[in-house]
Design a protein around this ligand. Sequence first.
Ligand code: AMP
Length: 217
Amino acid sequence: MRIVLLGAPGAGKGTVAKQLTAHDGSVQISTGDLLRAAVRAGTPLGQQAQAFMQRGDLVPDRLIMGMMEARFQERPDEGFILDGFPRTIPQAVSLGLLLKGLDRPLEMVVNLVVPEEVILDRLTTRRTCSNPACNAIYNVKSNPPAAGDACRACGSKVVQREDETPEAIGRRLEVYRQQTNPLVGHYDRTGLLVTVTELDTAAIVKTIVGALAAQVG
Ligand code: AMP
């Protein structure tokens, strides 16, 4: 599959993307995960991105597109689930051109719609595995890690992300409303948009897989 997952921070993009990878072997590409890995590795990209991320602001489009162009050229044939990208209209336009050049156009854009009170609750209770190769997602209330905050998948420490302070969360939601939400109208006009309002991950995955099958059939 070649799809984009749209939705506010905390809408469940990462969790849904991970489950979709099991469906047909398509890979999850999360710009947030790629950027956090670059910050940890101290690469020039990571050094430039870090301050934006800590504040909850978007990393400039130029840096994001450079990173994603390299990522797509590396393995141009694979199926993908884009999680957290594109996040601005210029990113969406550049992505369209990039995929057109690779003859791999998007098949579907899924908008995960989640009420704001659910988002706020999820973001403050979310925890993430600190092992970049794992990045499993937990929730202290509904899906806690093992004893001692250990990841149940790989045993690494499970932590709260640096940008999940109340200030950064507020900023990320504001940035989402102003810069990312306009992508809903953008993709609606291209006829690619599917809106999903379920909150349960299994139900969301079922809806997406069903919509993809209906498109093929
Ligand atoms: P996420 O893990 O998707 O919530 O992303 C964490 C942070 O990484 C965001 O708050 C931004 O600072 C940055 N980021 C991730 N993806 C993008 C993107 N497509 N464009 C700009 N900044 C991004």
